[in-house]
Design a protein around this ligand. Structure first.
Ligand SMILES: CC(C)(COP(=O)(O)OP(=O)(O)OC[C@H]1O[C@@H](n2cnc3c(N)ncnc32)[C@H](O)[C@@H]1OP(=O)(O)O)[C@@H](O)C(=O)NCCC(=O)NCCS
Length: 232
């Protein structure tokens, strides 16, 4: 019995087999990925330790993570957290590094088993990410506006800084945030909710199990409870 593959011309068949040079390239890529993960993870752990921040076991980092912690800011990373921070670490079209930025008393907490790709966390107050949260490529999470609303305040750097609100952001367990979304100050996302790709989220209280999308993001519908067995 001949398969569809056998009936293809010889030249096409050759292109579907993994030949020696391709295997070498794949192995080389794997080795680079492994080395990058090792070095990036060690680097981030050293930086966090140096800054007096905490991280749990199983932290896996691929690419350079930018960390800025000023004064009394703090970062706490739970167990088994994955941080992707270079283009090839997640082929969703990542455009930059992951950034963990605490301004003054800013606080960033990332819960167990959560992961993010090229995500910017910028906190002046508090950004809390729950457990098992998937944060898609290029998501931005800001609990402040970077600038004041008052145009006169914006002319003076100190007044610009002082005239801003920074209510906290809370992201519940098992939330999934689609790529290129922006989560703005004061937002609370209920557990298991999904944020559509490219959403700009300003809704203050998103109930659990909601599908939210758009700019400005609105609740599209509720998500049915899972009928799968939980393994954790
Ligand atoms: C949110 C999402 C999961 C919803 O998928 P779904 O359940 O199949 O939903 P549907 O495609 O049926 O869309 C339901 C409604 O929401 C709207 N919608 C879905 N995603 C949207 C988005 N990102 N922005 C705006 N509206 C969106 C649809 O237009 C549709 O509206 P309608 O009912 O008025 O026609 C999906 O659209 C999405 O955005 N996935 C994220 C992918 C991603 O970024 N992955 C991470 C990569 S790192």
């Amino acid at each position: 019995m001949t398969s569809d593959f056998d009936s293809l011309p010889q030249s096409t068949r050759r292109s579907q087999q993994i030949d020696f040079p391709v295997a070498v390239i794949i192995l080389f890529d794997r080795a680079l990925w492994w080395l990058s993960t090792l070095l990036s993870t060690v680097r981030l752990k050293l930086v966090l330790r140096w800054l007096g921040c905490e991280y749990g076991h199983g932290l896996a980092v691929d690419g350079k993570v930018v960390v800025r912690v000023r004064r009394r800011g703090s970062i706490t990373i739970g167990n088994n957290v994955t941080i992707r921070s270079r283009f090839l670490s997640n082929l969703v079209g990542m455009t930059g590094s992951t950034v963990l930025h605490c301004i003054r008393d800013g606080r960033i907490r990332i819960g167990d088993n959560s992961g993010c790709s090229s995500t910017v966390f910028s906190s002046r107050n508090s950004i809390v990410v729950g457990k098992n949260v998937n944060i898609g490529g290029n998501v931005r999470i800001y609990d402040h506006d970077f600038h004041a609303l008052d145009y006169l305040a914006r002319r003076d750097p100190q007044q610009d800084f002082d005239h801003q609100k920074s209510p906290p952001i809370t992201i519940g367990d098992d939330v999934f945030i689609g790529a290129n979304s922006i989560i703005l100050k004061g937002v609370t996302i209920g557990c298991r909710s999904v944020i559509g790709a490219g959403s700009v989220v300003t809704l203050k209280d998103i109930p659990p199990d909601s599908l939210v999308a758009g700019n400005p993001a609105r609740i599209v519908r509720s998500i049915k409870p899972s009928n799968l067995q939980s393994e954790k």
